[in-house]
Design a protein around this ligand. Structure first.
Ligand SMILES: Nc1ncnc2c1ncn2[C@@H]1O[C@H](COP(=O)(O)OP(=O)(O)O)[C@@H](O)[C@H]1O
Ligand SMILES: [Mg+2]
Length: 341
């Protein structure tokens, strides 16, 4: 009967009904999971771009469970879109090696069809301000390791995470010698090679701008881009674009300015990029990757790995597993080795 009523509801009515259901989440409310109970604390605002309803919660263990964590995050769908993303997230935790590999944020409980409880971490990468020091190079190595390993594991199952961005990288223990980096937000994990026009603009690979489907190799580019925009926000993406009609060309023009030598010898079919660059002084004077990383004081070992990941031609861009095996990646590990125990 309930399903009859449900299917008779219009999409708008259905989405307002799920909103109504979610609005019952409020500070102080106790949610019962199969594993633990969760007392809702305050809502998490994050970078204000996320769509799901997020609460920090205190874990109330049962039967003196000594393994229970102190905190959790409650993630709840609040409309049709976030419900679809939550379903994808749940499906992802069901893939082999996801729930069991520590680079992924752990899922604790499915509370109901719209609500899950997940591991709490202290910060996102977005909240950490880059500084050219050994602790931050070590953090970069950990982020690269998590993001690339995640890409390999998902790729093995035929999926790609198209939402890599600093606010989806979770960190605990910053400032200590026991830093943990985990990947969060699996709402945008999609079948490899099917979807076009995905990835946040600043993290979008050139081939995806050119209309090709997003693949595991596009994720290699977006991982490097995520590190670069973390170090220098706005260096990639739509920041500074004045026309909403030219946003994609604007982003590609920035890629061209960062890596001019990789465009050398390519067919001049990108006259629109040239036009944008010529008419906008901030792009004309924009630094190359070499200049930006020099200005930021980035260690050579970090630059070497990023430069290889930023291979414009996806036909020759190394895979995530090839990057992890690179001599340059080992050199970065060696540079930061001993920084954290
Ligand atoms: N485990 C966590 N620990 C701390 N903060 C988190 C955690 N998970 C998410 N957040 C915060 O909530 C925001 C949104 O969570 P996320 O899972 O990315 O949801 P959405 O799918 O809506 O983007 C994150 O960007 C981050 O600021
Ligand atoms: Mg998110």
């Amino acid at each position: 009967m309930l399903s009859l009523v449900r299917s008779a509801l219009s999409p708008a009515a259905r989405s307002s009904s799920s909103r109504l259901m979610m609005s019952t989440l409020a500070p102080g409310r106790l949610l019962q999971g199969a594993k633990w109970n969760y007392q809702l604390l305050e809502p998490v605002i994050g970078d204000k771009t996320h769509r799901a309803t997020i609460y920090k919660a205190k874990v109330n263990p049962r039967d003196n469970d000594v393994h229970a964590p102190q905190w959790a995050i409650i993630k709840a769908a609040n409309d049709e879109t976030t419900k679809k993303q939550l379903d994808r997230e749940l499906k992802c935790y069901g893939l082999p090696n996801v729930a069991s590999t520590p680079i992924f944020r752990q899922m604790y409980d499915k509370i109901d069809d719209n609500t899950i409880a997940l591991e709490w971490l202290d910060n996102t990468l977005q909240e950490v301000k880059y500084e050219p020091n050994m602790h931050h190079y070590a953090l970069i190595e950990k982020v690269l390791h998590a993001a690339l390993t995640g890409s390999v594991i998902l790729g093995d199952h035929g999926y790609v995470d198209v939402s890599y961005k600093p606010s989806n990288i979770l960190i605990s223990g910053m400032g200590t010698n026991n830093v943990t980096v985990k990947l969060g937000d699996f709402g945008q994990i999609l079948p490899v090679g099917v979807y076009t026009g995905t990835q946040p603009y600043a993290m979008r690979a050139p081939e995806v701008f050119c209309g090709k489907p997003c693949t595991a190799l596009s994720q290699v580019w977006s991982t490097a881009a995520m590190i670069l925009v973390w170090m220098r926000p706005g260096v990639l993406g739509i920041h500074g674009s004045k026309s909403e009609f030219l946003q994609e060309a604007w982003c590609m023009a920035k890629i061209k300015r960062l890596f001019p030598d990789q465009f050398a010898g390519l067919e001049p079919e990108d006259s629109i990029l040239e036009a944008i660059i010529t008419t906008r002084p901030e792009l004309r004077t924009m630094q190359t990757f070499k200049g930006v990383t020099h200005e930021l004081g980035v260690a050579r070992e970090v630059k070497d790995v990023l430069r290889i990941m930023f291979t414009l031609n996806w036909n020759v861009r190394p895979s995530a597993s090839a990057i992890l095996a690179l001599e340059e990646f080992h050199a970065l590990k060696k540079l930061v080795g001993g920084c954290f125990t």
